[in-house]
Design a protein around this ligand. Structure first.
Ligand code: GUN
Length: 297
């Protein structure tokens, strides 16, 4: 069969790629202007990052966050504790950082080792310095539609949807994953933007039934290539929040929760991994830190 006929019988759409690196660079330029203005006013924006334990993925995330601060001329402090540290030591450090007026943002990298009550740690961070947006006060403000700090990953996703011109009012949005870090705040933001939102999770009975209805599909489950092309509505916008490392036998590369090869044949817009949501998450952390510094004036 001639190739031209194949494409008529079986039209293959190839999605537009939403380039997270390019958008991150643009947003970071805008942030640099804000940072310069702050310095003119005698304020040097500063983020404090706390890492507990030796989880390799967390160590990489923290290193990337600190490096991003350096590049953006944002001061950073990094405290690293052994996995068996007494939680009281970390709580004392958070109290010090809360009281230090030269520190504008505080982030405790999650997950924490089992001796920690993670909720208590997040509640110990001053809400005005909670640049992750995980403190109950900030979660509540987001739920009420009056966000103070928007969690960085869903914030980055909203920027990507905006930059790609994806219509949100009245759209069917389906989120796969119900974490406090991504799924739940993502649902709040899409709801506030006028989407009809469905949140799917590990107990959802027929996942594909839901995903196939989505105009906007956000995958945030942490399972490599779980969302395949046949689970996607033609022309949908697919946002891949997953960052999974494949086993060495499969090449050891990074991949998302979406099977890019099949999904990109069906979707209208898609984010790649790496180079999609990841760079935007760190960028929005910088944005929240600058915002915290501006509010401190
Ligand atoms: N662990 C995975 N994602 C995040 C995040 O956005 N913030 C923090 N603090 N920990 C994380």
């Amino acid at each position: 069969m001639p190739a031209s006929l194949i494409s008529i019988i079986c039209p293959m759409t190839t999605a537009h790629i939403i380039d997270g690196n390019a958008l991150a660079a643009t947003v970071r330029e805008q942030l640099a202007e804000h940072a310069a203005k702050l310095r003119q006013q005698g304020v040097s924006p500063c983020l404090a990052v706390i890492l507990v334990g030796e989880d390799p993925a967390s160590a990489v995330y923290v290193r990337n966050k600190v490096q991003a601060c350096e590049k953006a001329d944002i001061r950073s402090l990094k405290d690293v504790y052994a996995a068996d540290v007494d939680p009281a030591t970390v709580m004392r450090r958070i109290a010090e950082l809360n009281a230090d007026p030269s520190v504008h943002g505080i982030l405790v990298q999650l997950p924490l080792p089992p001796q920690f009550d993670s909720d208590a740690v997040l509640e110990a961070i001053a809400p005005a310095k909670d640049v992750d947006g995980f403190h109950a006060e900030n979660v509540g403000a987001l739920m009420q539609g009056m966000p103070r700090f928007i969690p960085c990953t869903p914030y980055g996703v909203m920027k990507m949807l905006d930059a790609a011109g994806v219509p949100l009012k009245g759209a069917e949005a389906v989120i796969v994953g119900r974490s406090n870090i991504v799924g739940k705040p993502m649902a709040m933001l899409l709801l506030a933007a006028g989407c009809t939102v469905t949140v799917c999770h590990s107990q959802t009975r027929d996942l594909a039934f839901h995903t196939r209805r989505a105009d906007i599909l956000v995958a945030a489950v942490g399972r490599p290539r779980m969302i395949t092309g046949e689970m996607i509505k033609p022309g949908a916008t697919v946002i891949d929040v997953g960052i999974n490392r494949l086993p060495a036998a499969e090449g050891g590369k990074l991949c998302g929760d979406v099977d890019f090869a099949s999904a990109s044949q069906v979707a209208g817009f898609i984010t790649p991994v790496p180079g999609g949501v990841g760079p935007m998450t760190i960028t929005m952390l910088l944005a929240n830190t600058i915002e915290a510094a501006e509010r401190s004036l």
